[in-house]
Design a protein around this ligand. Structure first.
Ligand code: ADP
Ligand code: ZN
Length: 529
């Protein structure tokens, strides 16, 4: 490896230049480094790609001792250590994948003061043995990466993080930094408290990614819509397509290949060698479209990802922000696009219902989903809505789908009442509940086998909603679900009335609905009066 110079006491800027080859600190980096080098604690909220690593790595080099980095992602640790070694930084990690002799070698190097950086998984720091061992050497700084994992209300809670607060007492005098890319104001408060950083300085960068254009369309035929979206991007653009299931990943990649795209699948069920080969093609070759589950992307440093597409609804705004944040890290214009529909809402509600966990846990998942739905259904600026979620205020951006073309709204009160009263009748008069498909058949006056069998053509609302297409009805139901006016229950997603439904039935609660923009796949649906 490269001949190594001792950086203890050196000018941070010189370290930045010599070790990383960067000309200057970016954003808050310089201020953070200066504060930590001087011995202060810090809480760093910076979006993905903002450059968090430099914030703790440079102080670790400039201060005497070894920088301890707590990181939850073992796969990432390995890559980070390799990259550091290539830059001549003496880095190592301790985790469960190592053989005892490898671990022993790392421990010896630490105690001999021969490590600049030591990466450790949080579960190891829970053991008294590890803490005693660390106390026998000298720490320069303690960096807690992905610090939002300590939040029990967050989307990524890891119980092992709770013990990290103890590091305050175990290593007094060692400056600590908590870093995260996904903190809402509540998470921010919570992690500051739980990690015991009452005197830390807070460095909050804007989460805005101005070069990313946000677009969300109603889902009609997701694969065709996806192909049309990718075709609308500059030829040879590299992109990531996120899907929820392994099966959907494989089918979508296959479909895109039939459409002439250089698409590859990536999910945890593929053989490690296939995954590695696909990943390296994505990184190396131009214009590869990676179709993946959310397992893909963590720690992948590909700056020129030109688009990110979601064909399934993410579970939370944090997740959406993280995944879309993998686009355009080089700062060049990039587009993120999502197709979302009624089925997504029903499916995710069902998954929440069926998830193991107590009521509070399910409520929390429900709140995450609600915020995600609000972003999907907003008639305002997407970016403004997204930033507001992270506690940031912003003007309408002029560069998202809703800014570029204000969504049309229409008065959905009457259709909502027809639908709600159908549900009420079925429930009261017959003790029955149905999913969206059958209710739409009733409202549109379809003559299906099931309708005839059940005698639903005798209901007073039968055929009352024939003025709307099936597609329009799906849009109505999706939006009522998003607002909690309807709730989906059980395995079949049967629909019931939510709390605000009473106001709608009485005509007291207005129901402005957005007319779906169906993107390239078709025109906006019109209401036939
Ligand atoms: P984060 O952990 O916040 O997602 P990283 O630390 O991985 O971000 O850095 C993101 C990208 O920005 C990397 O490609 C890194 O090389 C680059 N980078 C970080 N700091 C600087 C800087 N001061 N000048 C130029 N590039 C930088
Ligand atoms: Zn906007």
């Amino acid at each position: 490896s490269a001949p190594r110079r001792d950086f203890v006491g050196a000018d941070p800027r010189a370290v930045l230049h010599e070790v990383y080859g960067y000309d200057a600190f970016r954003g808050e980096q310089g201020a953070i480094v200066e504060h930590v080098v001087a011995g202060g604690d810090a809480v760093v909220l910076m979006p993905t790609g903002g450059g968090k690593s430099v914030c703790y790595q440079v102080p670790a080099l400039v201060r005497a001792g070894t920088g301890l980095v707590v990181s939850p992602l073992i796969a990432l640790m390995h890559d980070q250590v390799d990259a550091l070694l290539a830059n001549g930084v003496r880095a190592a990690y301790l985790n469960s994948t190592q053989a005892p002799h490898e671990r022993a070698a790392v421990e010896r190097a630490y105690l001999a003061g021969e490590l600049d950086l030591l990466y450790v998984a949080p579960e190891r720091l829970n053991t008294e043995a590890t803490l005693r061992f660390l106390a026998r050497g000298k720490l320069s700084v303690i960096a807690i990466d992905e610090a939002h994992c300590v939040s029990q209300w967050g989307h990524d809670f890891r119980p092992d993080y709770l013990a990290l607060g103890d590091l305050a007492e175990r290593f007094p005098g060692v400056p600590r930094l908590a870093l995260t890319a996904t903190a809402t104001p509540a998470t921010h408060r919570e992690l500051t408290e739980r990690l015991r950083l009452p005197d830390a300085r807070h460095f909050v960068s804007s989460f805005d990614r101005p070069n990313i254009q946000y677009r969300i369309d109603a889902k009609t035929d997701p694969r065709r819509q996806l192909a049309a979206f990718i075709r609308s991007q500059p030829e040879g653009s590299a992109g990531i397509v996120y899907a929820l299931s392994r099966k959907s990943v494989e089918q979508t990649a296959e479909f895109l290949r039939t459409q002439g795209f250089d698409a590859l699948p990536y999910h945890a069920g593929l053989e490690a060698s296939v995954r590695a080969a696909n990943q390296s093609r994505f990184l190396r070759d131009e214009g590869v479209v990676m179709v993946a589950t959310i397992a893909f992307g963590m720690g992948i440093d590909k700056p020129d990802v030109r688009f990110v597409a979601h064909i399934d609804l993410p579970k939370s705004v944090e997740g959406y922000y993280q995944e879309t944040g993998r686009a355009g890290r080089d700062g060049d214009p990039s587009v993120v696009w999502m197709a979302y529909g009624l089925g997504d809402v029903v499916q995710q509600r069902r998954m929440i219902d069926q998830s193991p966990g107590d009521r509070a846990f399910k409520n929390r998942l429900g709140q995450h989903l609600d915020s995600m739905l609000a972003l999907c259904e907003t008639v305002g600026c997407r970016r403004q809505n997204l930033l507001a979620y992270f506690g940031e205020s912003a003007e309408p951006c002029g560069n998202c789908d809703t800014c570029l073309e204000a969504p049309e709204t229409w008065d959905g009160l009457v259709p909502a009442q027809k639908l709600l009263s159908t549900i009420v009748r079925l429930q009261r008069e017959r003790g029955q509940a149905f999913g969206a498909g059958h209710l739409i058949d009733i409202l549109r006056g379809s003559s299906t086998e099931r309708i005839r069998q059940q005698g639903h053509d005798g209901l007073s609302t039968y055929g009352l909603g024939a003025d709307l297409s099936e597609q329009d009805w799906r849009s109505v139901i999706r939006q009522l679900l998003a607002r909690g006016i309807l709730v989906a229950r059980g395995e079949y997603g049967t629909l019931a009335l939510g709390e605000p439904a009473a106001g709608v039935l009485k005509g007291e609660t207005p129901v402005p609905l957005r007319r779906d923009a169906l993107g390239r796949a078709g025109g906006a649906p019109r209401v036939r009066k």
